[in-house]
Design a protein around this ligand. Structure first.
Ligand SMILES: *Cc1c(COP(=O)(O)O)cnc(C)c1O
Length: 498
C-alpha cells in the first residue's frame, strides 16, 4: 500500500517500491573493462530504483510518525522529556561551532575549548564536584566512566579486593548492568514501604559478608530516586559507606529535581554523571545524541578519563593528555565527546542563570505534585501519604486491576487519546507502576488536559469498560502488537519475494 489513509500513512520499505523497469537515476553508460566489485555486483547489491521525489516523500512521511516533545505532552518518567529552547539550537548552529573539527589545531579552536572549560566549571559548581570529564556520550556511558573511575581508585589504593556494588531495587537497569560490566558483583537493597532506602536495610547489605564492609567497592544510588522521592537518610547512609571505604556513585539522571537547590557533593556523592540531554534540555529520544559528563571529587579526579580542557597561565586552553595525568584510567571515547551538546547545555545554563536554574527545579517539582494530588483519589498513589514527591509522580494500577484494566491498558488508552504514555512497569518496586514526569516546561493547561484524560480513563475502568480497554488503541495504523514476540523474534531483514 502506498499513500495515505486519513492522516495515517502506510509506508512500504524503499525496496518494496522498486520498479526495475524504470530506473530512478539515468547514469551515462560507462566503458568497463573489469568490475572491481565482481561481475554480479549490481544484482547482489539490489539497490531500489526510485526517483528523487519518491525517496523524499518516503522519508518525509516517516519523519511525521515520530511522536516527540514538539508534538505534545510527553510525561515519560525518569527520561525528562522537556522542551529544548530553540536558542540552544541557534547557538549550536553558529558556524564557528558547527563547522570545526576535533583534528584541528588547538590554536584555531580556542573559543570551543573555552566553552568546554566554562561548562566544566558550571557543572563543577552546580554539583560541588570539581573534577569534570565531558567525554561520555550518554548517561549509561557516564556510569561506565564513573564506575571505572571508582575501580581505578581502588586498584591504585591496593583495594582491588572490593568487589561488591550496592544498589537499591528501584535503580535504573543501567546501574547494575554497569557494575557487572566493570567486573563487580551487584548486591540489591530492597526499597522500604516509604519508597526510600532505610539505614537498617543499608547496614544489612553493607556488612553482610564482611563485618567492616571491606569488600564493598561502592554504591550506585540516584537521588531523588526512581520513585520520585528524596532519599531522606542519605547523609547517614553515605557516611556509613565512606567509613567502610566505599565510594558513592550518584546516578544523576534526576538532577533536574535538585539543580540550583542542592549540591550532590553535600549529601556525600563522590562521582556522578549528568544527563545533559535531560537536565539541561538538549534534545534526545530520536531528537539528538546524548551527553553524560561525569563530575567527581578532587580525590577521584586523578583517575577519571582523559582528556578534559585545562586553562594555561597565559589564558589559552588545551586538551590534557595522559602525560598531564598519568593516574587516569585512559581514554574512553574519541576526542572530546558530543561538542554540539556542550554548546546547547551551556546556552541553557547561561540563559537561565543561577536563579533560573533554581526555578527550573522548583517548577518541575511543583508540576509533578500538582499531578500527584490531582490523581491520587483516582489511582493508587503508594507514597502520597508520606508527603510531596520530587519531579515525578508514582501511581499504580491497583484500583483499576480490580476491574480487569492494567497499566498496559491505561498506556494504550493514552495512545488512543493522543498522548505519549508515561513510563510503565518501572521502577520494579511495586506491581503495575506508572511514573509520570511532566517537567517544568508544561503549561497548567496542558497538564490539566492530561489529568482530565487520566480521570476519564479511571472512570471508564470503574464503569466496567475493560473490553474496550483491551482493544485500545483503535485509531492508529497498528493496533495491539505482540510485543513479546517483537522483542524475542524481531524480523530485522527484508527478503525480496519475486
Ligand atoms: C535515562 C537514565 C539513565 C541512562 O541515561 P542514558 O542517557 O539514556 O544512557 C540512567 N539512569 C536513570 C535513572 C535514567 O533515567
Amino acid at each position: 500500500m502506498d499513500g495515505n489513509r486519513g492522516l495515517h500513512y502506510e509506508e512500504n520499505l524503499l525496496w518494496e517500491k522498486e520498479y526495475s523497469d524504470h530506473p530512478g537515476v539515468d547514469l551515462p553508460p560507462v566503458e568497463i573493462t573489469s568490475l572491481r566489485t565482481g561481475q554480479d555486483a549490481r544484482e547482489t547489491i539490489g539497490l531500489p530504483q526510485l526517483s528523487e521525489p519518491q525517496v523524499l516523500r518516503h522519508f518525509v512521511r516517516m519523519s511525521t510518525w515520530n511522536y516527540s516533545i514538539d508534538h505534545g505532552f510527553f510525561p515519560l518518567g525518569s527520561c525528562t522529556m522537556k522542551h529544548n529552547p530553540r536558542l540552544n539550537e541557534k547557538l549550536a548552529r553558529l558556524k564557528g561551532f558547527a563547522h570545526i573539527h576535533p583534528m584541528q589545531s588547538e590554536s584555531t579552536v580556542q573559543g570551543a575549548l573555552e566553552l568546554m572549560h566554562e561548562l566544566q566549571s558550571w557543572l563543577g559548581e552546580l554539583t560541588g564536584l570539581p573534577g569534570v570529564c565531558l567525554t561520555p556520550a550518554a548517561g549509561a556511558h557516564g556510569e561506565l566512566a564513573g564506575v571505572m573511575t571508582i575501580r581505578r581508585a581502588h586498584e591504585v589504593n591496593g583495594q582491588a579486593q572490593r568487589k561488591i556494588i550496592l544498589t537499591p531495587d528501584s535503580s535504573h537497569g543501567t546501574n547494575p548492568a554497569t557494575a557487572v560490566m566493570c567486573g563487580f558483583e551487584v548486591r540489591s537493597m530492597p526499597t522500604s514501604e516509604t519508597g526510600c532506602l532505610s539505614v537498617e536495610v543499608f547496614k544489612e547489605a553493607l556488612y553482610k559478608t564482611d563485618p567492616n564492609g571491606a569488600d564493598i567497592a561502592g554504591m550506585m544510588v540516584t537521588n531523588p530516586n526512581t520513585c520520585g522521592l528524596f532519599e531522606k537518610e542519605i547523609l547517614e547512609i553515605s557516611k556509613l559507606l565512606h567509613d567502610a571505604g566505599g565510594y558513592f556513585y550518584c546516578d544523576g539522571a534526576n538532577f533536574n529535581a535538585l539543580v540550583g537547590k542542592v549540591r550532590p557533593a553535600d549529601f556525600g556523592v563522590d562521582v556522578m554523571h549528568i544527563n545533559l540531554h535531560k537536565t539541561f534540555s538538549t534534545p534526545h529520544g530520536g531528537g539528538g545524541p546524548g551527553s553524560g559528563p561525569i563530575c567527581c571529587t578532587e580525590e577521584l579526579a586523578k583517575y577519571m578519563p582523559v582528556p578534559n580542557v585545562v586553562k594555561e597561565d597565559d589564558g589559552s586552553y588545551r586538551r590534557e593528555t595522559m602525560e598531564d595525568r598519568p593516574t587516569s584510567l585512559g581514554t574512553l571515547k574519541a576526542f572530546q565527546g558530543q561538542f554540539g551538546m556542550h554548546v546547547r547545555a551551556l546556552s541553557y545554563m547561561k540563559s537561565h542563570g543561577a536563579d533560573g536554574l533554581k526555578q527550573v527545579s522548583e517548577d518541575a517539582v511543583l508540576n509533578a505534585n500538582y499531578i500527584l494530588r490531582s490523581l491520587c483519589d483516582d489511582y493508587h498513589a503508594p507514597y502520597a501519604d508520606n508527603g510531596p514527591c520530587m519531579h515525578e509522580a508514582l501511581l499504580t494500577d491497583k484500583k483499576q486491576k480490580q476491574h480487569d484494566v492494567t497499566t498496559l491498558d491505561i498506556a494504550k488508552a493514552l495512545v488512543e487519546y493522543g498522548y505519549h504514555p508515561m513510563t510503565v512497569y518501572f521502577p520494579l518496586v511495586l506491581p503495575g507502576t506508572m511514573l509520570i514526569e511532566p517537567t517544568e516546561t508544561e503549561s497548567k493547561d496542558s497538564i490539566d488536559r492530561f489529568v482530565t484524560t487520566m480521570k476519564k480513563i479511571a472512570q471508564d475502568a470503574q464503569e466496567g469498560k475493560a473490553e474496550e480497554f483491551h482493544n485500545f488503541p483503535q485509531s492508529t495504523p497498528r493496533k495491539r502488537l505482540d510485543e513479546v514476540k517483537a522483542a524475542r523474534q524481531p524480523t530485522l531483514s527484508w527478503k525480496h519475494v519475486a
